[in-house]
Design a protein around this ligand. Structure first.
Ligand SMILES: [Fe+2]
Length: 459
């Protein structure tokens, strides 16, 4: 039984909806307005809201928005008499959990409500799983690490390396989540390996080695009853397979080995080589790189090894004494950018004043001046400009057409036109010919020019 809040300003319809849903076994509360419904939602817990759309005061669509904002887990089913395409699409794009059009059959309303309740329950379960799975995986991994003090932090470190490799290889977020679980749980089967073998401070004999080699199958079996961690089982089972097929437990080779297991195999080995173990010191970065090259395409997937080597090469993966460390990719060095400004101005004195203003207004501005329209057209050829400033009075006497010429060369270039006349007609004309802005000379116009060019050329 679910608790449902039914909102309709028309008492007859409200009673009808309440009766239908009560018959279906739900506990129903009614409200005659969206405002009243919001108060009831504050006071008690509901599993679902069923609301009319057109009501005096807040509409059903407005109520939907507010419920999503304040009670995100409560789904809203809307009931409407106006089943226009517009209403339907608005309701759905705003996230209504269902839509019923009046007049409705009892079964339609019951079906819409039970669908919405089912979907809400499923998404609650999924959320719980998403939160619970990593916690459970870490708890299980701790059980292994607790037996061997040298393993402390091993699973977390190798999981972070495995995830970074997976990101570089372009795996999807879901695949990466599964990989993280598999990486943390990969050695969970060691729970079944006796201490005398697992913690032996010397090389293992053949019999002991066979015992250790059972840990992937033990791990796979161990996770079998746990649906929550089922996706990680192929990684746990196959993390000791080899690219050349000489691994265990199944001896599969190449791409027959699940990709997650191939990634964990590399991350596991890199982590183990870089950490202090019971009876040996960590290997140097050079030794690790040499080993990766040596076993590329034999023990390990070459594509995965190439990613690991690239991470080491670019210093995103390094090996300080405490265990491997991952760093973000280095940001590219800051570039000094020049802002190239083309100034088309016949008058030398005015050109000097405008150039000085632009250089003050824009950091790193380099102003190139064209005396005539034909000079300007030549400068435009093949060059990339950040801004053009054009005086209306050009010696060639072609006025606004200079804008057409500049636009023809570069459709996106910001162009400011300077003019002596303050007339609406000139302004309209300038914009019609493609000016981005327009400054009338005289008075404080250099200040205005400063503001306009700063607006047009982002710092
Ligand atoms: Fe293992």
């Amino acid at each position: 039984m679910s608790r449902i809040l039914v909102i309709d300003d028309e008492a007859v319809i409200r009673m009808l909806v309440m009766e239908i849903l009560e018959t279906a076994g739900h506990e129903i509360t009614g409200a005659d307005s969206a405002e009243r419904a919001l108060t009831l939602l504050e006071e008690s817990q509901f599993d679902l809201v069923v609301s009319d759309i057109i009501m005096p005061g807040l509409s059903g669509l407005e109520l939907l928005g507010l419920v999503q904002e304040r009670h995100a887990s409560v789904p809203v089913v809307l009931v409407t008499g106006a089943g226009t395409y517009d209403t339907l699409s608005q309701a759905l794009t705003r996230g209504a959990a269902g839509l019923v059009t009046k007049p409705f059959a009892h079964a339609d309303l019951q079906a819409a409500v039970s669908d919405a309740l089912d979907r809400a329950a499923r998404s609650r379960d999924q959320l719980r799983e998403r939160l619970l799975a990593p916690t459970l995986a870490s708890a299980l991994a701790n059980a292994i690490e607790a037996r061997d003090s040298y393993l402390h932090g091993h699973c977390e470190r190798l999981a972070s390396l495995a995830v970074r490799i997976a990101e570089e290889l372009g795996l999807s977020p879901d695949e990466i989540e599964t990989l993280r679980l598999g990486a943390i749980l990969h050695d969970i089967g060691k729970i079944g390996i006796p201490d005398r073998v697992l913690l032996k401070p010397a090389a293992l004999d053949d019999e002991e080695r066979l015992i250790v080699e059972t840990h992937p199958t033990i791990g796979d079996k161990l996770l079998e009853p746990l649906d929550l961690l089922a996706a990680a089982r192929p990684i746990v089972r196959h993390h000791h397979e080899r690219w050349d097929g000489a691994g265990y437990p199944d001896g599969i080779a190449g791409e027959a080995i699940p990709l997650g297991a191939r990634i964990v195999a590399v991350a596991d080995s890199v982590e183990v080589m870089s950490a202090r173990q019971l009876y040996r010191q960590p290997r140097s970065p050079e030794e690790i790189v040499a080993e990766l090259h040596h076993c590329r395409g034999k023990q390990w997937d070459p594509a995965v090894i190439d990613v690991a080597l690239a991470l080491i090469e670019s210093k995103q993966l390094d090996f300080p004494p405490g265990g491997l460390r991952l760093l973000e990719a280095a940001a590219p060095p800051p570039q000094t950018t020049h802002v190239a400004v083309l100034l088309v101005e016949a008058d030398d004195d005015h050109a000097a004043v405008v150039t000085a203003t632009i250089e003050r207004a824009l950091e790193g501005a380099v102003v190139a001046r064209a005396r005539t329209v034909s000079d300007a057209a030549e400068l435009m050829n093949g060059a990339s400009w950040s801004l053009a400033i054009v005086d209306h009075q050009s010696p060639d006497g072609i006025g606004m057409e200079i804008l057409d010429i500049l636009r023809e060369h570069d459709a996106r270039l910001p162009i400011v036109m300077l003019t002596g006349e303050d007339s609406e007609e000139t302004a309209i004309n300038a914009f019609r010919h493609g000016a981005s802005d327009y400054v009338v000379k005289g008075g404080e116009y250099l200040d205005r020019l400063t503001t306009r060019v700063r607006g047009l050329v982002p710092a």
